[in-house]
Design a protein around this ligand. Structure first.
Ligand SMILES: Cc1cc2nc3c(=O)[nH]c(=O)nc-3n(C[C@H](O)[C@H](O)[C@H](O)COP(=O)(O)O)c2cc1C
Length: 203
């Protein structure tokens, strides 16, 4: 089993609830599945070229305008291949302004590609990535329940994007309420870590 760890947080792991949950999950998985091969992409340290004035035409098939654009397009291809090769993708992300940090969106823009991970057909769009599983490790300052649930546009966005390319097996591990600080935040993270260790035994 190939596991891709997608780390969407500039913080050091010990200061990040989402990264701590992801670490607990992957460490438990490593014990449970000795055959698992892990690879990581650190979205705040590794290069994730974004679509811009020069790369966008190449995204639509034009020849790269210069060597730098060709290099960026090759790197985007590498990111896509790394994603396609994984059986399980573990995404660690904080909630920022009710959504994802921009580098996670940049990574999504590199892996949701027409003709590669989805395609439009006469009967509508079809996902081309069936069978892949995803684990989401999400930390937020607030708690998104009841009237506040609609403010969480992060989880629905990720599940919509993943579902669009054919991924419906999504496990959610969350540590909400980090904004409360102290014992409350600690208890939320610890509960998510315990859930992560348990979830790892299901893969
Ligand atoms: C730029 C920024 C924006 C944030 N926006 C939100 C938000 O909209 N809702 C929320 O509940 N928490 C928000 N937070 C708080 C984080 O989600 C919270 O601190 C969480 O623990 C971050 O995850 P981490 O501990 O893995 O870094 C924000 C934090 C930052 C730095």
């Amino acid at each position: 089993m190939k596991v891709l760890r997608v780390l969407a947080n500039p913080k050091p792991v010990e200061k990040s609830a989402s990264l701590r949950i992801e670490k607990a999950f992957t460490e438990a998985l490593e014990k449970h599945r000795p055959d698992a091969v892990f690879e990581a992409i650190d979205l705040y340290r590794d290069e994730i070229p974004q679509l811009d004035e020069k790369t966008l035409p190449s995204f639509f098939g034009a020849a790269p305008v210069d060597a730098e654009t060709a290099r960026k397009m090759a790197r985007r291809e590498e990111i896509l291949k790394q994603f396609l090769a994984a059986d399980l993708v573990v995404i660690a992300t904080p909630m920022w302004n009710f959504n994802a940090p921009p580098m996670l969106k940049a990574w999504i823009d590199a892996v949701l590609v027409a003709g590669k991970t989805f395609q439009y057909t006469a009967t509508g769009p079809v996902g081309l990535v069936p069978g892949k599983k995803v684990v989401l490790c999400i930390a937020s300052g607030g708690v998104y329940e009841g009237a506040m649930a609609a403010y969480d546009t992060l989880t629905p966005m990720l599940k919509t994007q993943l579902g669009f390319i054919g991924i419906t097996d999504v496990t959610e591990l969350r540590a909400p309420g980090q904004g409360a600080g102290g014992e409350k935040a600690k208890a939320s993270t610890e509960a998510a870590i315990a859930k992560a260790k348990e979830a790892a035994t299901k893969f």
